[in-house]
Design a protein around this ligand. Structure first.
Ligand code: GTP
Ligand code: MG
Length: 200
């Protein structure tokens, strides 16, 4: 494994688009519905337990959080969308902020959309997929909590999502993942190595 992921450390939080750090180097962002498992995935990928805050209560991540591997490589934990109990004004703020971040951020090279394997491709996930496609960044779908399904059922979900994406003409890679069982980490490291240009 590339040892740099373990060096990830918190550097910055932004609540608004104008609080983002200066654009420098390369950035990989993690998006997904509230409670999907974004923060847990980031912790598993960086081999740390408490880098990104994990919670049983949906809506835990309410800021855009930046973690640095080095000065030129950042992992970004985005606030979750789709949580019913968040006031409409807060929801609208984040939808707008996410759209602007995806459209404008020059350093953003890839978006990882984290989805609970039992509930993939909900409406807002499609919205994020469309924004990512129109920004021409790399797109990867992480079907997480795969430990909640038997292997056969998990693979069935993977194929169903793959089919839906190809029918919609979406270019994206995808995989199953489990933060709890630490499965799928090597696969995403391989992609991140490419996006972060560790493999050149
Ligand atoms: N079984 C299982 N549970 C998981 C997995 N990943 C995350 N969870 C649990 O799902 C809940 C939400 O995880 P988070 O990582 O906080 O989710 P999030 O997407 O960051 O949520 P927000 O910050 O609220 O948007 C927690 O109770 C986690 O322990 C997984 O791979 N397997
Ligand atoms: Mg979170």
């Amino acid at each position: 494994m590339n040892p740099t992921y373990q060096k990830a450390h918190y550097v910055h939080s932004a609540h608004n688009i104008d609080q983002l750090p200066p654009e420098r180097g390369l950035e990989i962002a993690f998006a997904g519905r509230s409670n999907a498992g974004k923060s847990s995935a980031i912790n598993a990928i960086t081999h740390q337990n408490r880098l990104a805050k994990v919670s049983k209560t949906p809506g835990r991540t309410q800021m855009i959080n930046f973690f640095a591997l080095d000065e030129d490589r950042h992992i970004v934990d985005l606030p979750g969308y789709g949580f019913a109990k968040v006031p409409l004004s807060v929801k609208n703020h984040w939808v707008e902020t996410l759209e602007r971040y995806l459209a404008a951020r020059q350093t953003l090279v890839a978006l990882v959309i984290v989805m609970d394997i039992r509930h993939p491709l909900r409406e807002q996930d499609w919205q994020m997929i469309q924004w990512a496609q129109s920004s021409r960044i790399e797109l990867h779908l992480l079907l997480t909590k795969a430990d909640k399904l038997k292997r056969g059922a998990a693979n069935q979900q993977l194929f169903a999502v793959q089919k839906a994406l190809s029918e919609a003409g979406v270019e994206a890679s995808l995989q199953t993942f489990s933060a709890t069982k630490r499965e799928g980490i090597d696969d995403i490291h391989g992609l991140m190595d490419e996006w972060f240009k560790y493999t050149d």
